[in-house]
Design a protein around this ligand. Structure first.
Ligand code: NOJ
Length: 734
């Protein structure tokens, strides 16, 4: 039997090698027939609004972004295939970030599911929908670690943790690319933004990032390495500079690390005009110089800077760049087009385009994802609310079909959105008083009506948060309180004397400690997409049980950022005895607060830590056992435990394994996530669970900048979040 599988495996490897070498042969053949001008044309990516048939026929464009109309895609391809000299098809790209037409929760919400299989399914669905219109390349996944919620693009990634981001990124790559890229329903993935974009100083977009190489290697690079190793076809350079070098001109990053150390040989594209922006950075003196720096760094395709198309020929003539550099880049571009099957079938079936959009299967996956992504932050018995009761529904996000879709969804049609208001009406008698028209609305004139309306209701459900436009690219905030008069609305609602449930829909963690304090329950939903309203209504009624976990710490105050659980210890670790502003006596002495590392007004830690999230049921973690307490580098540590659903609801829980390397050649994080698992347990049911952790996964870049395992003491926790659980010790010996 084993032999049979071995032979089958070998046959598959042989088949894919044959396919690869066949493609290589085709690429070589085509390349040998191309003029320099045609080669440079392949390296040029233009927006649909900037292309015309003349440019395509002349072979001056290799890829077009932002065309999502099957007929128009086919028309462009017809020109490319029939009128350009060599008939090379175009590669059509789009930002399909969290769904194409059926919109899933924003990536930060998807990360809150801690459910890579579901995220993979979402990406698969996005590929099926988008590819039916001819989009075969998406600029996703975004793998930027984000530890500062002021940065609007925190919405687009998987949060603060490298391990979670690795798994979510790999899941998306698998989903988009499928098991055979040449099938017409796949999209090439693009790991972006390479690298350090999420570390932009002060959480201000496009800003400079200063990241020591060790931190880069231990924190920011691993998700990209994981994507490269799992076959992501393309990478995108980031806008920012890291330690003074803009990524688009960073040869060390692109050539030494990505292509050299990781052995990845895919295609690298710039971000929009980021080659041109090398001039504004003060890194290139003009566009010709920018083209040279980008090519030298290893960039294959120029998105919208016209740097390559207008300068590479000149640079060749001058001997500043070599023909071989251009050949390498074009080889990668053509290879991808062959792998996608574009030469065999450049056209889409126009009659099939969109036929699966919003189909029941896609909507159900989006609903499930929205359910699993919602995080219950507080519940003092207010949730769930029995069906049939009367709810007073208020707030600017209760019926905001476009805003609940979140950032980066050009293609989601709000007409298909199920809002909470619509969905709640299926299960409750609903009184609806929006009170505020949109999240920044300061018009409080309707507020006095609230008390009378509340007197007719069993509970108030307030839908608060951010409009979609307040997060995402170029939408950073210095202040993370609720916008407009939303906080005042909470004050009014809390004074009505009815159970008060807050549902927040936002693109980032907001600082809402006071509002949560006034509520009886708070459910946090990162913009939840097309089916968000249905998911929320089912969670409120108890048809579904909350199970989302925070992929980022929630701060009390924006002044705490950057904030993340896997921080290094200081020489003054937290003692839990912080003396806050109002506790400090008048005329207290200089050292009266204990000289500890904390803010006098916000304390030490976050309001809610990484992994936090409540349920309607309760779980116990028991009988934690380590297979060994002294391990060699080649060992696999097995951690066994029992997970028990001790409450009265069937529900999912996400147990997590955290590890701390107690002493290292450099200061190590206080905890690091190493494993997690989503488990469904019936009320009263218990399950035996095992995490397996190869000891070699404890290696890191230490004092000599070498990736190595260091022996010594370790601690581990099996816990529902980064702040709970009992510590167990083990040792690594060499
Ligand atoms: C700029 C953004 O930074 C990037 O994420 C996106 O993919 C490109 N524009 C293309 O739209």
């Amino acid at each position: 039997m084993k032999f049979k599988y071995l032979m089958l495996g070998l046959a598959c490897v042989a088949l894919s090698c044959t396919k690869t070498s066949e493609i290589d042969r085709k690429v070589d053949d085509l390349l040998s027939r191309m003029t320099l001008e045609e080669k440079i044309g392949q390296m040029n990516q233009l927006d649909y609004g900037s292309v015309n048939d003349g440019l395509i026929a002349a072979g001056k464009v290799g890829s077009v972004l932002n065309c999502v109309d099957a007929q128009k895609v086919n028309a462009m391809q017809k020109v490319a295939v029939e009128q350009s000299r060599l008939g090379i098809p175009l590669l059509v790209a789009r930002d399909v970030i969290h769904g194409f037409h059926t919109i899933f929760p924003i990536p930060l919400g998807q990360a809150a599911t801690f459910d890579p299989a579901l995220v993979e399914q979402g990406a698969r669905i996005a590929a099926v929908e988008a590819s039916s219109y001819g989009v075969r390349w998406t600029f996703s996944p975004m793998l930027d670690i984000a530890r500062d919620a002021r940065w609007g693009r925190i919405a687009e990634g998987s949060g603060e943790d490298p391990y979670l981001t690795c798994l979510m990124g790999q899941a998306m790559v698998r989903g988009y690319q499928g098991d055979d890229l040449s099938k017409p329903n796949t999209m090439a993935a693009c790991a972006k933004h390479f690298v350090g974009y999420g570390a932009s100083e002060g959480g201000r977009d496009y800003n400079t990032a200063n990241i020591p190489e060790r931190v880069l290697r231990n924190v920011y690079l691993p998700p990209f390495e994981a994507a490269a190793k799992s076959g992501a076809c393309t990478f995108m350079t980031s806008f920012n500079d890291v330690n003074g070098v803009p990524s688009t001109g960073n040869r060390w990053l692109l050539d030494d690390v990505l292509r050299g150390e990781w052995g990845w040989d895919g295609m690298i594209v710039t971000d929009w005009n980021s080659a041109g922006e090398l001039i504004a950075h003060g890194f290139a003196s003009n566009l010709e110089h920018a083209a040279q720096l980008s090519l030298d760094a290893g960039v294959d395709m120029d998105m919208m800077a016209y740097a390559y198309i207008s300068n590479l020929e000149k640079l060749i003539e001058k001997g500043e760049v070599k023909q071989a550099q251009i050949d390498k880049a074009v080889r990668r571009i053509l290879k991808l087009k062959f792998e996608l099957g574009l030469f065999d079938n450049p056209y889409v079936d126009e009659s099939f385009a969109g036929s699966l959009d919003y189909c029941p299967e896609h909507l159900e996956a989006a609903r499930k994802c929205a359910v699993e992504s919602a995080v219950l932050l507080k519940n003092e018995g207010a949730l769930p609310i029995g069906e049939g009761k009367t709810l007073l529904v208020c707030g600017p996000l209760a019926d905001a079909p476009a805003d609940q879709l979140g950032t980066w969804c050009f293609d989601g049609n709000p007409e298909y959105t199920l809002t909470p208001l619509q969905a709640l009406r299926k299960y409750y008698k609903v009184l609806y008083e929006p009170m505020l028209a949109y999240s920044r609305d300061n018009n409080v004139s309707a507020f006095p009506k609230l008390r009378t309306a509340a007197s007719k209701a069993d509970a108030i459900v307030l839908f608060l948060g951010e409009e979609a436009i307040l997060s995402g690219e170029a939408h950073c905030l210095a202040d993370l309180h609720l916008q407009g008069a939303q906080s005042e609305l909470v004050d009014y609602a809390a004074a009505c004397g009815k159970p008060l449930v807050l549902v927040v829909m936002a693109g980032r963690p907001l600082t809402i400690e006071e509002e949560i304090g006034l509520s009886d329950a708070t459910l946090y939903c990162f913009h939840p997409g097309t089916m968000g309203g249905q998911a929320i209504a089912e969670l409120i009624s108890g048809r579904e049980v909350p199970s989302g976990k925070l992929p980022v710490c929630f701060a009390r105050s924006a002044g705490q950022y950057p904030l993340y659980y896997n921080r290094p210890n200081t020489g003054r670790p937290n003692t839990g005895h912080e003396l806050l502003l109002d506790q400090i006596p008048l005329n207290a002495g200089q050292t009266s607060t204990g000289c500890q590392s904390y803010y006098l007004d916000a304390g030490y830690g976050p309001l809610y830590t990484f992994g936090y999230g409540l349920s309607y049921t309760t779980f116990d973690y028991a009988n934690v056992k380590l297979s060994k307490t002294e391990l060699k580098p080649s060992d696999v540590l097995k951690v066994d435990f029992d997970l028990i659903n001790t409450g009265s609801y069937d529900a999912d829980e996400v147990p997590m394994l955290f590890v701390q390397d107690v002493t290292g050649s450099i200061v190590r994080p206080v905890k690091e996530l190493k494993r997690f698992n989503r488990v469904h347990l019936k009320a009263g049911q218990s399950q035996h669970i095992r995490f397996e952790l190869p000891v070699k996964e404890l290696a890191f870049y230490g004092i000599n900048d070498k990736f190595a395992l260091e022996s010594g003491e370790f601690r581990l926790w099996v816990a529902p979040d980064a702040a709970s659980g009992e510590a167990f010790n083990f040792k690594v010996i060499k």
